[in-house]
Ligand binder design. Structure first.
Ligand code: BES
Ligand code: MN
Ligand code: ZN
Length: 499
């Protein structure tokens, strides 16, 4: 995809389609008004006739308007002016792109970014536009035989500016958006691939492939024999029931001199059957998405490497299957984690924390400036926050606030949950240092507290993405989230966001 900026008036711009906005009460944006004048009042007439409305998310396409150079004009409804803002902007762009999807425009120019309401900047306008277009053009049909869907015709995206002075920020936004799209595409592909293809070994090969593609990126893969030597018996207890070998995948991107790295740890359960504490059958296929945390840290790594950010980023991915068998871990088994703490496994379906705790302990060797784990960790998180917010947990207020504001800036909503002592007490075991479950109450928080037992002294946060990593139902598939939030956090740390 190519990006460009233009200060030409909407009516004078040659293009496959120019996109302009209209408010619910019929008030035209500057670009719409320009088109209206050039076409001798056509837009106002269409509005009066009821052929166009300004409701949020409407999109009307007209071709060959007199006096307008573009082949098509898309009139996008912005809703009421008083309510127009950042999240509405995203909806409007999404609706516009959806309306253009079936048409063959090879290049479009959006003038929507000229209306910068409520906290929007030219940078975010361009970034969101790029991200939303990338999201909407995503297609996963590699596993389908027969007729291939034809690739999208769209090749060039233009941004109509209010002034030349916005051009740098807009081009930077488009560039960052494109990097994020690249990351999200990989995240979605890894999530959508079936569990018989996307195995721990597949993830390891993927990481090795990235190391060949990006010169500043190194990959190391640790197998089960070395895990044993390292004392990762908690991780190994999860993989005990499967024939598929477990891996610990480490990717190190070094472009920040001697600075301590940001470390991202992603849960990589490529299929979660629950193990001996077997899950019910309905919807079990969706547990192929239980590597969504791993997929999202892959995505953040790709975005970072793609944008050549001046920073050190390390990604650690513990990955295995959770399967029942004669060699599987039993409820009641006690294992010793790499940290030395013993864990009574009361439910083999609470496996994510068992692989993450050893990965977190392992990560100490990188002396992280900050360490963030990302995991589809608990069903309780979906009960608490539904599918709209990622849960943020941390003992460190600054880090929690940085993450929630990175989420707010990037369109990945998140909400903090408390990690107070009472919850940690729920993890008491009669027989070991701690149990791997803390009962039904506050299930996401007790999972967070469990991880907190392994991160003492580190600047750590935990993201539970159980509700945000994939869609169920007719739109079943990976969302590519929270790659934008992670990348925003990294961009900020790298000083790459315009101020
Ligand atoms: N991968 C699941 C969490 C999950 C469930 C994510 C549903 C998305 C949708 C996790 O490994 C799990 O099974 N957690 C258990 C924990 C319980 C046994 C304490 C759960 O949430 O039921
Ligand atoms: Mn589970
Ligand atoms: Zn799981």
């Amino acid at each position: 995809m190519d990006y460009f900026t233009t200060t030409s008036a909407a009516s004078r711009r040659a293009s496959g389609c120019v996109i302009v906005g209209i408010y619910e009460d019929g008030k035209l944006t500057a670009a719409a008004s320009d088109i209206d004048k050039a076409s001798k009042g056509k837009i106002r007439r269409l509005f009066k006739q009821g052929d166009v409305d300004g409701k949020l998310g409407s999109a009307f396409v007209f071709s060959a308007l007199d006096g307008v150079r573009a082949e098509r004009v898309l009139i996008a409804g912005l809703g009421p002016k008083a309510k127009y803002g950042k999240s509405k902007f995203r909806e409007v762009v999404g609706a516009a792109i959806k309306a253009l999807k079936t048409r063959n425009a090879t290049n479009i120019v959006s003038y929507l970014g000229q209306e910068l309401a409520d906290g929007m900047t030219p940078y975010y306008m361009a970034r969101f536009t790029t991200e939303i277009i990338g999201d909407s053009l995503y297609d996963f049909s590699v596993m389908k035989s027969g007729k291939r869907k034809k690739p999208a015709a769209l090749k060039r995206i233009g941004f109509g500016l209010n002034s030349r002075g916005e051009a740098n920020a807009v081009m930077r936004g488009a560039e960052h958006g494109a990097g994020i799209v690249e990351g999200m595409t990989l995240t979605k592909d890894l999530g959508n691939l079936p569990p018989n293809v996307c195995t721990p070994s597949y993830l390891a090969r993927q990481a090795q492939k990235l190391a060949r593609e990006y010169s500043k990126l190194q990959t190391r893969v640790i197998g089960e024999a070395e895990m044993k030597r390292l004392g990762m018996h908690s991780l190994l207890s999860v993989t005990a029931g499967t024939a598929e070998p477990a891996k610990l995948v480490i990717m190190q991107y070094k472009n920040g001199g001697s600075a301590k790295p940001i470390v991202l740890v992603g849960k990589g359960i490529t299929f979660d059957s629950g193990g001996i504490s077997l899950k019910p059958g309905a919807g079990m296929d969706e547990m192929k998405f239980d590597m969504g945390g791993a997929a999202s840290v892959f995505g953040a790594m790709v975005a970072t490497a793609e944008l050549k950010l001046p920073i050190n980023l390390t990604v650690v991915i513990p990955t295995c299957e959770n399967m029942p068998s004669g060699t599987a871990t039993r409820p009641g088994d006690i294992v010793k984690s790499m940290s030395g703490q013993t864990i009574e496994i009361l439910n083999t379906d609470a496996e994510g924390r068992l692989i993450l705790c050893d990965a977190l302990t392992y990560s100490r060797r990188f002396k992280p400036e900050v360490i963030i784990d990302v995991a589809t960790l608990t069903g309780a998180c979906v009960i608490a926050l539904g599918h709209h917010h990622t849960a943020v947990m941390s003992y460190h207020d600054d880090l929690a606030n940085n993450l929630t504001s990175a989420g707010a800036n990037s369109g990945d909503k998140s909400w903090r949950l408390p990690l107070t002592e009472e919850y940690t007490k729920q993890l008491k075991s009669n027989f070991a240092d701690l149990a791997n479950i803390g009962g039904r109450d506050g299930g996401s928080i007790t999972a967070g507290c469990f991880l907190g037992k392994f991160t003492e002294g580190m600047n750590w946060a935990h993201l539970d993405i159980a509700g945000t990593a994939w869609h169920s139902g007719p739109r079943k598939g990976s969302t590519g989230r929270p790659v934008p939030m992670l990348t925003e956090f990294i961009l900020d740390k790298a000083g790459a966001l315009p101020r």
